[in-house]
Write a protein that binds this ligand. Structure first.
Ligand code: XMP
Ligand code: MG
Length: 191
């Protein structure tokens, strides 16, 4: 049983051409981000809004390092389907549960790529009149930006490569890898 598990895990990392960020690098950087965020939101009781599914691991690690009073909510949007290239289309599959009017909102994302997803979500949320709205993304791929959007908190700026792990998927796989790696293009070459 244990042997089988190790074998499966190994086959996942075999699909990576490079490990871009180790578990430890990610953990340390999130600690720094959490300190900065805790300081800014100290008396603001923010609502952290995680954009699922990709940001679920980041959200879980980030909130446990925040030493402030906050609440959480989740949105599900779909922008990629199972393909590795953006279609530009964004659909809200699950909206917020909490009323955000006059509340301080921190959007938590896994990756800011073209920026289309976040600029769409930001526009929608701004119509609900929050007191403030900031963006926190673990990863930023500025080379591919087409929308005019920047994040207030960025974990790592990364090159234009398709990456997986730490919540990020290809065809729903690899989300459980604790590190972030570059996916071998052969894996998605036929699509
Ligand atoms: P945009 O282009 O709208 O995209 O900023 C944001 C969403 O696209 C997904 N995305 C990726 N997912 N590896 C992934 O697994 C990547 O390299 C990648 N780039 C973008 C992701 O869901 C993100 O929220
Ligand atoms: Mg995402």
């Amino acid at each position: 049983m244990a042997e089988n598990k190790r074998k499966n895990y190994k086959s996942l990392t075999d699909d990576l051409t490079e490990i871009l960020l180790t578990e430890q690098q990610i953990d340390e950087r999130i600690g720094e981000m959490a300190e900065e965020i805790s300081e800014y939101y100290e008396d603001k009781q923010p609502i952290l809004v995680s954009i699922l599914k990709g940001s679920f691991v980041f959200m879980a690690d980030l909130v446990r390092k925040l030493n402030i009073d906050c609440t959480l909510d989740f949105m599900i949007v779909s922008s990629y389907g199972t393909k590795s290239k953006s279609t530009g289309a964004v659909k809200i599959i699950k909206d917020l549960d909490i009323d955000i009017e006059n509340k301080h909102i921190l959007l938590v994302e896994d990756i800011l790529d073209s920026g289309l997803t976040l600029s769409y979500i930001k526009r929608i949320l701004e119509t609900k009149k929050p007191a403030s709205l900031r963006i926190c993304t673990l990863l930023d791929k500025p080379d591919r930006r087409t929308a005019n959007i920047t994040a207030e908190y960025v974990g790592f700026t990364i090159p234009d490569k398709f990456i997986v792990g730490y919540g990020l998927d290809y065809a729903e796989r690899y989300r459980n890898l604790p590190m972030i790696g570059i996916l071998n293009p052969e894996i998605y070459a036929d699509e």
